[in-house]
Design a protein around this ligand. Structure first.
Ligand code: FSX
Ligand code: SF4
Ligand code: F3S
Length: 376
């Protein structure tokens, strides 16, 4: 199939779907929609950058979430956009042939290839806990990273260490930023991350030949610039004080806020509710599970699922639909909202009434661990 206006065109995508994907990615990057033509031109360009994709300590869920959608659009677009020279899960070659492919791609594209890392790197005991092709992950990253133009960390494991770095961390697992200090690094956390965030980051880099604006934790601001709590469909219930108190209770069944079940949305920067997962458009909170903060290094696997986080910014946006205040709940407790002494009396009843009087106190994105607050 051809695009009709010249250039390469993703083979598996009908034009309508191709344009829709480019528009979605353009919107996600926070660019004017009129720029979708430039994004589409990038995709159609014949210059496909070499990508070397290394797997270390992980579950391969990051690759799976990218590739296993029932509509193959995202994976098709990504695989058409780049020249995936080395990917241990996907490549047909194996053994010495695969190792040769890696060496050839590194030599031919030195200084230009994108290095994608999936999984954490164990440092303890000289990295003996993870070996590929007879080399430790530590040796591989030291060998491959110097020739890369930039490193993309897909998933929380490569971004921050992930599940294997939690607790006693017997393998000494770390994220890429703890090992590679002289290359641009983009973290795309999530366990697994949303494939659209990966696609949009790659598209941004290829379209503008520079990194997108990153937050203090190296995450693209266009995808991780706001907290889930700010754009959650259950937020009107939070503001009106309507909470699920237990899994399966009436509030849970009616779609009320999951804060009291431990939802980490008030402390988690991600775009899940806006750019949902899979073709059916779901995300954890939409199917009744609290967010576990999978994009946050100090929350995921570190705070118990049921533990509540501190709420720093109880103020809803003016653009929100008004909460149904006739059906009032108990409201978030004053200690949790962090406004004790400010207007504690007003907190009783609908939280939104108080919230409208408060400044929006969103903290800087420091990534510090949010504090546990007592249950009411
Ligand atoms: Fe980690 Fe990727 Fe979690 Fe798994 O491979 S981010 S364990 S879902 O998927 O690296
Ligand atoms: Fe949504 Fe969780 Fe915030 Fe409730 S606490 S509004 S479920 S993000
Ligand atoms: Fe992860 Fe929370 Fe989104 S658990 S997928 S950041 S809703």
């Amino acid at each position: 199939m051809t695009a009709g206006d010249g250039g390469r065109f993703p083979t598996e995508l009908p034009r309508r779907e191709f344009i829709k994907l480019c528009l979605t990615a353009t919107a996600m990057m926070g660019l004017p929609l009129s720029m979708h033509g430039r994004v589409a031109s990038t995709v159609q360009s014949s210059a496909r950058p070499a990508v070397i994709w290394l797997h270390f300590q992980e579950c391969t869920g990051c690759s799976e979430s990218l590739l296993r959608s029932s509509h193959p659009s995202v994976s098709s677009l990504i695989l058409d956009l780049i020249s995936l020279d080395y990917h241990e899960t996907l490549m047909a070659g194996a053994g010495a042939q695969a190792e040769q492919t890696l060496r050839e791609s590194m030599a031919a594209n030195r200084g230009k290839y994108l290095l994608v890392i999936e999984g954490a790197i164990p440092k303890a005991q000289n990295g003996i806990f993870c070996k590929v092709g007879g080399k430790t992950a530590l040796e591989l990253i030291r060998e491959v990273a110097p020739g890369a133009a930039a490193v993309l960390c897909i998933g929380t494991c490569s971004s921050f260490g992930g599940i294997q770095s939690v607790g006693v961390n017997p393998t000494g697992a770390v994220g890429v930023k703890d090992l590679v200090t002289d290359k641009p690094i983009i973290n795309i956390p999530g366990c697994p991350p949303n494939p659209y965030n990966f696609l949009s980051t790659v598209l941004y880099y290829l379209t503008f030949k520079r990194l997108p604006e990153l937050d203090a934790m190296g995450r693209p601001k266009f995808a991780y610039g706001r907290k889930i709590h700010e754009h959650c469909e259950r937020r009107p219930h939070f503001d009106a004080g309507r909470f699920a108190q237990a899994y399966g209770d009436a509030g849970h069944a009616q779609g009320h806020c999951l804060y009291k079940l431990g939802c980490k949305g008030p402390a988690t920067y991600a775009n899940c509710s806006v750019q949902r997962f899979n073709d059916v458009g779901v995300w954890p909170v939409s199917i009744g599970h609290p967010c576990i903060g999978c994009t946050e290094p100090d929350i995921l696997f570190k705070l118990p699922i049921a533990e509540k986080v501190q709420i720093h910014d109880p103020t809803p946006f003016d653009s929100y639909a008004p909460a149904n205040l006739k059906e009032k709940g108990k409201g978030p407790d004053p200690v949790t909202t962090g406004v004790v002494g400010l207007a504690a009396g007003a907190l009783i009843g609908a939280g939104i009434m108080l919230a409208k009087k408060l400044p929006n106190s969103a903290p800087a994105q420091t990534g510090e661990t949010q504090h546990h607050e007592p249950a009411e």
